[in-house]
Design a protein around this ligand. Sequence first.
Ligand code: ADP
Length: 168
Amino acid sequence: MNRTGSTAVYPGSFDPLTNGHLGIIHRALRVFDRLIVAVAHNVRKNTLFTVDERLALLREEFAGDDRVSIDSFSGLTVEYAAKIEARAIVRGLRVVADFDYELQMANMNKKLSPDIETLFIMASEEHFFVSSRSVKEVAQLGGAIDALVPPHVAVALMARINQLSGDV
Ligand code: ADP
């Protein structure tokens, strides 16, 4: 791993990657030299895509951008951040509802690992209402998702939804 420059980790579910995530990633790269986008293994979350599928969608997006690495982790984010020598954890903030949860998590992480900062980037105006959950809901109801996710994610999402509706 390139140890020069500053590295941050952007952890999340990415189920799937949206244009909202992309906005945060591109803006984080204005502050940090390298960003590790890390898919969290969270057994409590019922996801549409497996961890490997989510990693593949992220890798396709960032193939050729050596400032961005894609990885997955389980367990505590701060432990993972320490392991990869990240200086900060990046998270995005959209609505007020994000704030409570994110504040709690940032404070807990600070207690667990005082050396690692959590930095929040506010959602841009056009991504304020974009979430993986809303994108999945719109897609399931037959709405257009082209403006909400990268093209290869839209293809994967429609294929998964068609596959699931064929299963029932
Ligand atoms: P998690 O399950 O950890 O919340 P997500 O993939 O839903 O994982 O989100 C990862 C991070 O990206 C979170 O900090 C979330 O608030 C942020 N995020 C998601 N969508 C947007 C968006 N449209 N604008 C800004 N931040 C976002």
